[in-house]
Ligand binder design. Structure first.
Ligand SMILES: Cc1ncc(COP(=O)(O)O)c(C=O)c1O
Length: 367
C-alpha cells in the first residue's frame, strides 16, 4: 500500500457533527461558526476571531483590514505557498521578498532588517511559520517596534506551535490560519483570522460580509468569505484532536531524526531552543541528488513533497512584477528540500520503512 504524504483524519464525531448541521437546516453561517471562533481563539490565546472560507481569504482580509493597498509594500518570505504573496498583490501592493535562514527555512531577521532600512512604503511584515516551525519572534517583534510596522502571521502550517511556550498566532497584530485538508487540523476548506484588536476584528467581519454590519447596508466594498456551519462543525471536533495529533507528529519527527541525523549529506529539521514545532511537514535538506531520492521514494510507494520547488520571486507573474530578487539561501533550499510523511496516522512499520529506504539510498550515494 502506498504511504501518502498527508492524510486527514475524519472520525465518527466529525460525521455526526456534520449530520446534525444538515438536519438543522442551517447550512450557511450560524451557531457552530460562532462557537468555533470562540473555541479556536481561546485555544490560541487571542480575544477576537473571524472564521473565513479559506486560509487565503483570511490572509487577504487581514491585509485589507490593515489598509494595505496600491503603492504599499509588504515584506514577506519567498519560501512559502503562493497565497502568502498573491494576497499582497490582490490588495494592489507589492511583495518585498526577504531571504530565509537556511537552517530554519523561516525569514532571516538580518535580511528583514536590511529591507526595513531601505524600504520606503513598507506597511506590513508578513511572516510564515513554515512547516510548523515558529519564526524568531523576539527579533521580528523588536524590528517591528523599531520601525513601527505591524506584523501579520501566516500560521497556515502552525496550529498549536509554540514560541517560548506561547502559541503562534498570538504575536502579530493579526494572524491567519488555514484549515485545508492537508493541514494539522481541517474543516475541508476554511480559515481563521485572529487579533487582539476589536476594531480590526470588526473590520474583518465586515470585509467577509460584503462590507456590511447590518444586512443589506453596505459601508465599503466587501466579499463573501464566510465559513459555513458545516465546515465549522468539523473544525470544532478537529480542534479537540489537535494537541494529540500534534504530539504524534512530534513523536514521528523524533523517530526520523534519531534514524537520519547521522548522515552527513542529510540535514534533519533544526529546532531552535525557542521553538516547539508541530511538524506540519518533516523536511530534510538533501545535499546531493534530492531528485534521485524523491524518484526512489516514489518507486517504492512513499509519498513525498517538495515545498517549494520554485520560490515565489521566480514564479511567472510574480517575477514579472518584482523583477530580479536576490535570495540565495531560498534558491539553494528550493533545490534541496524534501518532505516525507509525518502525519499522525502513520504506523510504526511505515516510519521504519521510510527511514530505512532513505538510509539505504543515501548510503549507496555516498559509496
Ligand atoms: C503558508 C500558507 N499560506 C497560506 C495558505 C493558504 O491556505 P488555503 O489553502 O486554506 O487557502 C497555505 C495553504 O494552503 C499555506 O501553506
Amino acid at each position: 500500500m502506498p504511504i501518502p504524504i498527508s492524510k486527514p483524519y475524519i472520525g465518527e464525531e466529525e460525521k455526526k457533527a456534520v449530520l446534525e448541521v444538515l438536519d438543522s437546516g442551517f447550512l450557511a453561517q450560524g451557531k457552530n461558526t460562532a462557537l468555533f471562533e470562540k473555541e479556536f481563539a481561546t485555544y490560541i490565546g487571542v480575544p477576537e476571531a473571524v472564521a473565513t472560507s479559506s486560509g487565503t481569504s483570511a490572509l487577504f482580509v487581514a491585509l485589507k483590514a490593515l489598509g494595505i493597498g496600491p503603492n504599499d509594500e509588504v515584506i514577506t518570505t519567498p519560501f512559502t505557498f503562493v497565497a502568502t504573496a498573491s494576497t499582497i498583490i490582490q490588495c494592489g501592493a507589492l511583495p518585498r521578498f526577504c531571504d530565509i535562514d537556511p537552517r530554519t527555512f523561516n525569514i532571516a531577521p538580518e535580511s528583514l532588517e536590511r529591507l526595513l532600512k531601505t524600504g520606503k512604503n513598507i506597511k506590513a511584515i508578513l511572516i510564515v511559520h513554515l512547516y510548523g516551525l515558529p519564526c524568531p519572534m523576539d527579533d521580528i517583534l523588536s524590528l517591528s517596534r523599531q520601525y513601527d510596522i505591524p506584523v501579520v502571521e501566516d500560521c497556515a502550517q502552525a496550529h498549536g506551535a509554540l514560541f517560548q511556550g506561547k502559541k503562534v498566532g498570538s504575536f502579530g497584530t493579526l494572524s491567519a490560519f488555514s484549515f485545508y485538508p492537508t493541514k494539522n487540523m481541517t474543516t475541508g476548506e476554511g480559515g481563521m483570522i485572529l487579533t487582539a484588536e476589536k476594531d480590526l476584528s470588526e473590520k474583518c467581519r465586515m470585509l467577509i460580509n460584503h462590507g456590511s454590519k447590518k444586512k443589506y447596508y453596505h459601508e465599503f466594498l466587501g466579499y463573501n468569505f464566510r465559513m459555513t456551519d458545516l465546515a465549522a462543525a468539523i473544525g470544532r471536533v478537529q480542534l479537540t484532536r489537535l494537541d494529540a495529533n500534534n504530539f504524534q507528529r512530534q513523536e514521528n519527527a523524533r523517530f526520523y531524526t534519531e534514524q537520519l541525523s547521522t548522515h552527513p549529506s542529510v540535514m534533519t529539521p533544526y529546532v531552535p531552543e525557542y521553538a516547539t514545532p508541530v511538524f506540519h511537514q518533516y523536511t530534510l535538506k538533501i545535499e546531493k541528488n534530492r531528485d534521485g531520492l524523491s524518484r526512489y521514494l516514489e518507486e517504492k510507494g512513499v509519498g513525498y513533497g517538495i515545498y517549494y520547488p520554485v520560490p515565489l520571486h521566480k514564479q511567472g507573474y510574480i517575477r514579472r512584477l518584482v523583477g530580479d530578487v536576490d535570495c540565495p539561501a531560498t534558491d539553494d533550499c528550493s533545490l534541496k528540500v524534501l518532505s516525507i510523511p509525518v502525519h499522525p496516522l502513520l504506523k510504526r512499520e511505515e516510519l521504519e520503512e521510510i527511514a530505512s529506504l532513505i538510509t539505504s539510498f543515501i548510503g549507496e550515494e555516498v559509496h
